[in-house]
Ligand binder design. Structure first.
Ligand code: NAD
Length: 496
């Protein structure tokens, strides 16, 4: 029997009886299974969320904060178990899973503080402040939120959406990726144990085509919050448009990293390696396009190749491993098809491009670097979402910025230079929602996260994450006398 869904704080077996295998990406062996959710299961979850919403939206921020803090504590108390589940299901190195778990505990605590601040914010006065009229703005929870998450950071993606939504007074139905649903089910159960009322958070597992699409279509969902590929984001927006559901989209990227010739070589090589290969390159903000100034390109590439070849690859649970397997056979094959396309297009394979020696099971791909890349190659233009770095050289600052911005995506961009003024100038010229100067792929939970262009719309994290689950509502009260001259009203209010 599969794990089942989590609806109304209880395990729900799922109506169809169908299941999806959970496969350990390090061994390609099945170790568990989840329910393949249907439209009926989604309906049960949305109904539970709608029932819960009436009471949850009436709670004070302080009451929600108390529960969010208890959840944060429960995450820390179950740190080992959550990290182990994540590594088994997703493949990432265990130390990285621990970082994810610690971060989500911090995020719940941060949104607990923000829930309390909502009480203090109360109703803000705006507009004419004379005697005749008084207008205030109050912030109301958007309602029941449908959330669809990807497989690369399952606990983080769940939390980036759920914690601010709950702080705002919303309820949610989460459809995690069918490749990595176990940690979301586990966390939802912990949340119930920490005192979250039934129905406030529900998890329905299953495929995107069936459970995901049913969630997007459900009329009981007020807003969709989606993180995943740009192609799926477009489909979701199209369906949501039918009943004008609100949407937030965190989509893909093909993120440039510019290295100028004045950098500290050691540090720069480390940042590039981290940006390109952390989480096996399966990061929406992965620095997958490297632009290195021509005068240092040879030396830089040699050092970067040394770093890539020294990365310890293996099962995420093994001691000392810095890079695990990719998520699935299909994804492995997709990444390898890009490697093939790069070679066929004439790019020079500097290192990697194959299975690392000695790792015969699982979905491993060695860190891969292509040089002599040109802007028309698919390895330069398309998101690969694996450990594949494409390198081009540039001569001038203008050329670097032009090449960096020549992409439909706009999620993140990095610039490395000792010249602070140049780093500022180039950072300002780069078209992306997230700019890193002399670093890459740093997550600051207090700052807005999200992209421009085809990398999505809306922002997560920080106070921007909270605002995306709130609707401002104005209340205008007429306090003046009963004698009304419509056409004299503007003058009268202006005079007050
Ligand atoms: P994906 O789009 O294939 O799937 C994401 C989620 O959408 C999964 O839960 C899937 O089941 C669901 N889904 C698929 N088709 C659907 C449909 N028709 N209707 C409803 N739901 C559907 O993406 P993925 O392969 O899981 O994740 C990788 C992508 O996510 C990459 O493009 C990456 O850049 C992006 N991503 C973006 C961010 C960000 O913050 N911008 C973060 C992580 C991942």
């Amino acid at each position: 029997m599969s794990r089942g869904h989590f609806i109304g704080n209880a395990r729900h077996p799922g109506g169809s009886g169908k299941k999806i295998d959970c496969i350990d990406p390090a061994t390609a062996m099945t170790f568990d299974s989840i329910a393949a959710g249907s439209a009926e299961d989604i309906d049960a979850a949305v109904c539970a969320a709608r029932r819960a919403f009436t009471a949850w939206k009436a709670t004070t921020g302080a009451e929600r904060a108390r529960i969010l803090r208890a959840i944060s504590g429960a995450i820390t108390a179950n740190r080992d178990r959550l990290a182990e589940i994540e590594t088994r299901d997703n493949g990432k190195p265990l130390p990285e899973a621990f970082i994810d778990v610690d971060t989500i505990a911090q995020i719940f605590a941060m949104y607990a503080d923000m829930a309390e601040e909502l009480d203090a914010r109360g109703e803000e006065a705006v507009g004419p402040s004379g005697g005749a009229m008084k207008t205030t703005v109050a912030y109301r929870p958007v309602g029941v939120i449908g959330m669809i998450t990807p497989w690369n950071f399952p606990l983080e993606q769940f939390t980036w959406k759920v914690a601010p939504a709950l702080a705002a007074g919303c309820c949610a139905v989460v459809k995690p990726s069918e490749f990595t649903s176990l940690s979301s089910l586990e966390l939802a159960a912990l949340m119930a144990g920490a005192g979250l009322p039934p129905g406030v958070i529900n998890v329905v597992t299953g495929t995107g085509a069936e459970a995901g699409a049913a969630l997007v279509r459900h009329p009981g969902v007020d807003k969709m919050s989606f993180t995943g590929s740009t192609a799926t984001g477009k489909q979701i927006m199209r369906i949501a448009a039918e009943d004008l559901k609100r949407v937030s989209l965190e989509l893909g990227g093909k993120n440039p990293l510019i290295v100028f010739d004045d950098v500290d070589l050691d540090a720069a090589v480390q940042w590039v390696g981290f940006g390109a290969f952390v989480n096996q390159g399966q990061v929406c903000t992965a620095s997958s396009r490297l632009l290195v100034q021509e005068s240092i390109a040879g030396r830089f590439l040699d050092r970067l190749t040394e770093l890539a070849e020294a990365i310890h690859i293996g099962p995420g649970s093994a001691e000392g491993v810095k890079m695990g397997p990719l998520i699935s056979q299909a994804h492995h094959d997709k990444v390898m098809s890009y490697v093939q396309a790069g070679m066929e297009a004439g790019a020079r394979l500097v290192t990697g491009g194959s299975r690392p020696p000695g790792l015969n099971a699982g979905y491993f791909v060695a860190p891969t670097i292509f040089a002599d890349v040109t802007p028309d190659m698919t390895i330069w233009t398309e998101e690969i979402f694996g450990p594949v770095l494409s390198v081009m050289t540039f001569r001038t600052e203008e050329e670097a910025v032009r090449l960096a911005n020549d992409t439909p995506y706009g999620l993140a961009a990095s610039v490395l230079s000792k010249d602070r003024a140049r780093a500022e100038r180039v950072g300002d010229a780069l078209e992306a929602g997230i700019i890193w100067q002399n670093c890459s792929n740093m997550v600051v939970i207090e700052a807005p996260w999200g992209g421009i262009k085809k990398s999505g719309m809306g922002r997560e994290l920080g106070r921007w994450g909270l605002e995306s689950y709130l609707e401002p509502r104005q209340k205008t009260r007429w306090l003046g006398d009963g004698s009304l001259d419509w056409y004299a009203l503007p003058d009268r209010l202006a005079a007050e």
